[in-house]
Ligand binder design. Sequence first.
Ligand code: SAM
Length: 287
Amino acid sequence: MTSGSNERIPVPDGEFAFTWNEFREIAALVHGEAGIVLSEAKVNLVYSRLAKRLRAIGLRSFRDYCELIRSKGGTDERQALIAAMTTNVTRFFREPHHFDYLRKVAFPPLISEARRGGRVRIWSAGCSSGEEPYSIALTLLAMMPDALSHDILILATDIDPEMIARGRAATYSRSQADCIPEEFRAIGLERGRSGPECRTSECARSLIRFNELNLLGSWPMRGKFDIIFCRNVVIYFDEQTQDEIWRRFADLLPQDGHLLIGHSERIMTDRHPFELVAQTAYRKRGS
Ligand SMILES: C[S@@+](CC[C@H](N)C(=O)[O-])C[C@H]1O[C@@H](n2cnc3c(N)ncnc32)[C@H](O)[C@@H]1O
């Protein structure tokens, strides 16, 4: 595929004219605002996801769409564009080795600390529709049913407001909830609910605070985190942006704090103060 500047891209259905200049303008905006890299190989994906936006808002061309996202009044559409370009795939207890790691390594000393009156903070950064923070909450509640009476909180953030709304709503289809291992269902799901949807239990919901947050922007949180989950998020970023995120996570973790990342991500431990201690599980080294 060539990428001449104002040349029309031969997209599959061709409903809307789309040029390489328009593709590049969109890719630059998405990279600048969210860190996500859209290479030319993603051109058909960009076209098909944005063709839906064009239809939804009644625009007739990508030229009009680019004008809209460039304009002062285009804030909402810029946000919709970022949301359209993010991949939100997730599920309960995804990459189950991390929940074993919580159970065997990370949680026991933190639970003791909380019982002594200490503060425990966990961050699910890029939490999508909430399955990841709920899986963390359920793992904790199974070990510490009285977790809510202690100073323990899970912060769950994502750039996409629609995902945050879904996490707060806490309703999932039966097939999504099927990924929750049997042993966590009694403590993790509301009882006596019939119909096609389940809801996570009130105690699980009360442990989590959902908030919108762009990892590329400023982070308003004060205080350190004991554990940070950032899984399958930075895989879409360029290396420099990934490095910046690892550096900022290191600043927010105490010595020995835990950082859990996705199966295809890795941290260069010669560049960052982390040590790989288990499968895609890192701990912050002392200086
Ligand atoms: C593939 S999901 C991963 C969800 C979960 N962590 C997991 O592993 O199952 C990636 C999430 O990262 C979010 N995301 C992408 N860019 C982001 C950014 N710049 N700041 C915050 N979240 C971002 C997306 O909205 C999406 O929900």
